[in-house]
Design a protein around this ligand. Sequence first.
Ligand code: NAP
Length: 254
Amino acid sequence: MILGFIGTGKISSSIIYGIFKSKLKVRKIYISSRNTNIAKKLAKKFGQIRVLKDNQEIVDKSSVIFLGITPNVGNKILPKLKFSKNKKIISLISTINLEKLKKFTKLKNIVRATPLPPIEIKRGPIIICPPNKFVKNIFKHLGKVLEIRDEKLSYKFWSTASLMAAYYEILNTSSKWLIKKGINKKFANTYIAELFLALSQDALNKSSQGYKKLVADSQTPKGLNMQVLNELKKGKFFTKFTKALDNVNKRVSK
Ligand SMILES: NC(=O)c1ccc[n+]([C@@H]2O[C@H](COP(=O)([O-])OP(=O)(O)OC[C@H]3O[C@@H](n4cnc5c(N)ncnc54)[C@H](OP(=O)(O)O)[C@@H]3O)[C@@H](O)[C@H]2O)c1
């Protein structure tokens, strides 16, 4: 399989790092020279990678093409590219829908995928829409594939995936707080990562039961967890949290 990446930014490079840690058989990967620094670094690290300046050349030389560009760039460059019928397109672009992608590329079988940066460690959910066996067989090496038929429903995951930075800010705030109280930086950072990793692993193990029980089970009446939860609720933290999800949803559903 020969892969091509139009746009060598954060998500494309995360996928590429994941691929080289996985058992996926790839003969060659063509990547665009943009972003230059990332492209140079990847080409230096992995022998199968070739950097090309021309997006059309990437398309022509690859059998599977990942679109790792922003919507603005996509709207500008995709209508100018020519895709022969045998190409498989995986679009990572957040807000260009399937109808528009089909119009731009004149291809019918396009799949949209929403991987997240932890794909570089072969972890995390990967939404693909519509369901597609070929694309699933690629991504199953790189994380947990979840297939969705309804494109409009697939947008909802863009909202929850947008929690990443806020999640890391919770880790950052917690760790900074410990450091300020006198804990060694390395110790604090390790503690926080291990804490959230353990909570997430436990949540994953118990995901079939839902999360309400975990919220209840982690509080003793009048205990410390209850205090924090109540303070955050009082400050409308979770109302604002849901509002932020609604607002991203409005943006991606346009
Ligand atoms: N980051 C995520 O977690 C994530 C997850 C899933 C999907 N996505 C989606 O994937 C897309 C890319 O996101 P990203 O976070 O990877 O963004 P990014 O880091 O900004 O990458 C975009 C890349 O496109 C390149 N580019 C700009 N103009 C180009 C052109 N004419 N031809 C070829 N490449 C060009 C940029 O190069 P320069 O730096 O040289 O301009 C950059 O390397 C977005 O639509 C985003 O919504 C992102």
